[in-house]
Design a protein around this ligand. Structure first.
Ligand code: NAP
Length: 547
């Protein structure tokens, strides 16, 4: 079983009561080990007494660590002070489960450290009362060049019971090496990737149970994080289903840049939990260039023990997914082919690849559900699509295939013209010809549209114009809305955009962006699990995360 360990730093006697309270709270949340970080106590007269009390009153078994500055700690005092403090801890009646000493420090002063650690016996049959030694190595710049040598040294040193290796990941791929270390271990091992964006090493923390890691570090609250990318205990257990992860667990994720604020992990993991599907869904940040996408996704798929079974693919990689699947000889649905972009990767158990576009059918389903009609009814509609980016492309493909007449409006008119030309005149699903044209500046005010779909990023939190409605830019008269019009807002953060408010005030029917988001996610979920998606649950989870 992989334990959740929570580091808690203590810098003086005044911190102890609060630290013990935090430890108790962490234990209640599910921590099975507390790591007492006593970096600041080295060289202090009362250091030993404080450390002894922490160990004695610790609500769970504990690790004692006095981390050197050179490896991410704050113990700036000389090495002798650190050694004396650890020696004193090991001479106390109440022993921690482990003490952690950096291999580099040990190698620099073997005599001093061997003396400090003399109470630890290098035998397998140490009594349970005796602390064991963790040898650790941290690299905050990148993967240590001497990683393999470090592991060899730790393995061969009889004093070392547990090996801990932590480094700054340069790519999601670094996590795979951490998994290989855990798989090939000859001693209990902790392998952790850290870094920025914080999700880059999250996989190594969440999937430690799949690969037999001794423990994973979590924090009791976000402000107490001691290394970049540490999740909270609640995230680990609640969001990422840590307690259910085992050797056979299938891995999924959302691939994009950035992915930190994606609601997809909350939706899919809640769905897996409800269904009892042995899977976990993670944010997977992959930088914008195709080379990164190809290398990372290829490594995830090809890893022999990861069981990577699929991904949601978002900005800026939707076109990359089509290219990647084509290069690998995989299958793709007709919509991905027509649109030139896909948002869903499905990896078969034997490694076969398939990509699908679930954005376009999600737009049709959200529209039909909102209008309480079936798809054939869309053929009689005149639709204005605002924007000419990726979502506009999916919207145009979706509604024009259903037979609707589409007029596009975009700030940069040439982009709308180009996109319209890609579709106009081709055969649609109703047997007729696709009708898509770029509108003139003021044609949005014609009063002739049944449906207006906003596919610009205006109104989106963190976007280019969060407080503005696209009608203010694309229509000369804002009275384009009345009770005969349906406004479909694809932006879903926030749920109440300026356009939604405007539409409601005008008495128009409103379809929110979350209707599309949930339906595209549901189709992905069904493709991966072969089970119907729990739409009600998705709605509740998304609503809980949106303001
Ligand atoms: P995109 O490719 O970047 O396109 C953005 C579009 O917005 C472009 O047409 C751009 O016009 C226009 N735009 C941006 N700022 C503007 C401004 N200040 N004034 C006028 N027009 C402006 O983005 P995308 O991938 O299509 O995504 C668009 C939106 O869809 C996102 O913001 C997101 O909220 C939403 N979305 C929803 C879902 C869902 O499931 N509900 C899924 C994905 C995305 P120019 O061509 O002139 O630059």
């Amino acid at each position: 079983m992989t334990l959740i360990a929570v580091p808690i730093s203590v810098s003086g006697a005044g911190d102890v009561a609060d630290a013990l309270h935090r430890a108790q709270n962490a234990a209640t949340l599910g921590a099975r080990l507390i790591e007492w970080r006593i970096d600041a106590l080295a060289g202090r007269e009362d250091g030993h007494a404080i450390a002894a009390r922490l160990v004695r009153e610790s609500p769970t078994p504990c690790i004692v660590t006095c981390r050197a500055e050179s490896e991410g700690g704050t113990a700036a005092t000389n090495e002798v002070d650190r050694q004396h403090l650890i020696q004193a801890v090991l001479s106390s009646a109440d022993q921690p489960c482990y003490v952690d000493v950096e291999l580099a420090a040990f190698q620099q002063d073997q005599r001093g450290w061997r003396e400090a650690l003399a109470a630890i016996q290098p035998h397998e049959d140490d009594g349970p009362q005796m602390a064991s030694l963790i040898f650790s190595a941290h690299d905050f710049r990148g993967r240590p060049r001497d990683l393999i040598q470090t592991i060899e040294t730790m393995t061969n040193e009889p004093l070392c019971k547990v090996m801990k290796l932590a480094w700054r990941a340069r790519s999601v791929r670094d996590n795979l090496e951490a998994f290989d270390l855990l798989t090939e271990r000859r001693k209990p091992t902790i392998a952790v990737c850290m870094g920025e964006p914080p999700e880059i090493g999250l996989m190594s923390r969440v999937l430690a149970p799949k690969f037999g890691g001794l423990l994973t570090f979590a924090t009791d609250s976000p402000e107490n994080e001691t290394a970049p990318g540490q999740p909270t205990i609640e995230e680990l257990r609640g969001l990422y289903r840590f307690d259910s992860i085992g050797k056979q667990t299938k891995v999924y994720g959302v691939i994009g840049w950035p992915v930190g604020h994606s609601a997809s992990p909350a939706l899919h993991n809640a769905g897996f939990e409800t269904l009892g599907h042995d899977g976990v869904y993670l944010p997977l940040p992959v930088p914008t260039e195709y080379e990164h996408f190809k290398a990372t996704v290829g490594s995830l798929i090809d890893h022999p023990r990861l069981d990577f079974r699929g991904a949601s693919v978002t900005l800026p990689h939707k076109e990359h997914l089509v290219q990647f699947v084509r290069e690998r000889g995989g299958r793709m649905d007709a919509l991905s082919e027509t649109i030139g972009a896909a948002n869903t990767l499905i990896v078969g158990s034997a490694g076969g690849l398939e990509c699908r576009n679930t954005d376009a059918p999600a737009i049709v389903r959200a529209l039909c559900d909102g209008l309480a009609c079936d798809e054939s009814a869309l053929a009689a509609k005149r639709v204005a699509v605002l924007g000419a980016g990726g979502v506009a492309r999916a919207a145009v493909a979706a509604v024009s295939q259903a037979g609707a007449k589409v007029v596009m409006f975009n700030r940069t008119r040439e982009k709308a013209e180009g996109l319209a030309a890609d579709f106009h005149g081709s055969k649609n699903a109703t047997g007729g010809l696709v009708h898509v044209v770029a509108g003139k500046d003021d044609a949005l005010d014609c009063g002739c549209f049944d449906i207006i779909i906003n596919c610009t990023s205006m109104g989106m939190t963190g976007g280019p114009a969060p407080d503005d409605s696209p009608l203010a830019v694309l229509a000369s008269d804002t009275k384009v809305l009345d009770e005969t019009v349906t406004v479909f807002e694809t932006v879903y953060t926030p749920r109440e955009t300026p356009l939604v408010k405007e539409a409601r005030e005008a008495g128009a029917t409103v379809i929110h962006g979350d209707a599309m988001f949930i339906r595209q996610a549901a189709m992905q979920f069904e493709a991966w699990t072969k089970h119907e998606a729990p739409i009600d649950l998705f709605e509740r989870v998304l609503a809980a995360g949106l303001t």
